[in-house]
Design a protein around this ligand. Structure first.
Ligand code: ADE
Length: 230
């Protein structure tokens, strides 16, 4: 999978996409992330990429031309499944959206900044808008990093244990069960006996029960019928 990120603050991606799982995915050749500086597509020698809004109002607006030039260049090199504009107005990111995006081959994540982007980006260039939650960030960069992380970790072979992405919270509308590691007792704080029993069927049953109980307690909205026992 390939993700192209268009931003006017490329530095915001150093220390995120070049670390951890995303780096491992890149090293294994499973995912490529390319960051493009919108200023490389500026309209003049002053490196201009934004301007005042027609009709007045506070805040600068990212111009259509640099964004269109950048997207047109990328599209001349390969086909893209989605051009996603990161925006607080978009559909909210969920595990389902991440699962869906992980099946795509090439996607563009466009980060807005300042007061937003010229509306013609949404009208003519973006195929989709995604928000990471009902709050406003300074720009789309952190949101794009969240999308890239949540999608790339789902690609087969990226995680060490192939099953671990499948047992994440939200994959089956239940949050994950608690996990413990050694020592089995610390400060008199004990790990539940069942986990050290060696009885795998009982462990699986306990984990599932914990998932249901925790979901009821913490995220009842995820359960279709929070009062039913199953
Ligand atoms: N840009 C600014 N705020 C955002 C949000 N909540 N999600 C995605 N992009 C954004």
């Amino acid at each position: 999978m390939r993700i192209d990120i268009i931003t006017c603050v490329p530095a915001m991606f150093s220390g995120t996409i070049d670390q951890s799982i995303l780096k491992r995915a890149a090293d294994k050749g499973l995912a490529e992330i390319h960051v493009h500086d919108l200023r490389d597509f500026a309209i003049n020698k002053h490196n201009q990429i934004d301007d005042y809004a027609f009709g007045g109002g506070a805040g600068m607006v990212l111009m259509i031309e640099p964004i269109d030039k950048c997207i047109t260049k990328l599209k001349s090199e390969r086909a893209y499944d989605e051009v996603i504009y990161m925006s607080p107005d978009g559909e909210t990111l969920s595990q389902g959206v991440s699962n869906e995006l992980s099946l795509k081959k090439n996607i563009i994540l466009l980060c807005g900044h300042y007061k937003g982007v010229d509306e013609r980006v949404r009208e003519h260039l973006a195929t989709r808008e995604i928000s990471i939650g009902d709050y406003v960030l300074t720009g789309g960069e952190l949101a794009a990093a969240v999308v890239a992380d949540s999608v790339i970790r789902l690609l087969p072979g990226v995680m060490n244990d192939e099953t671990s992405a499948l047992t994440d919270s939200f994959q089956d509308d239940l949050i994950a069960p608690p996990v413990y590691t050694r020592p089995a007792e610390y400060n008199n704080w004990k790990v539940p006996d069942v986990l050290t029993s060696g009885h795998q069927a009982k462990i699986e049953a306990w984990r599932f029960e914990q998932q249901v109980q925790r979901t009821k307690a913490k995220r009842p909205d995820l359960l279709k019928n929070p009062d039913s026992e199953d």
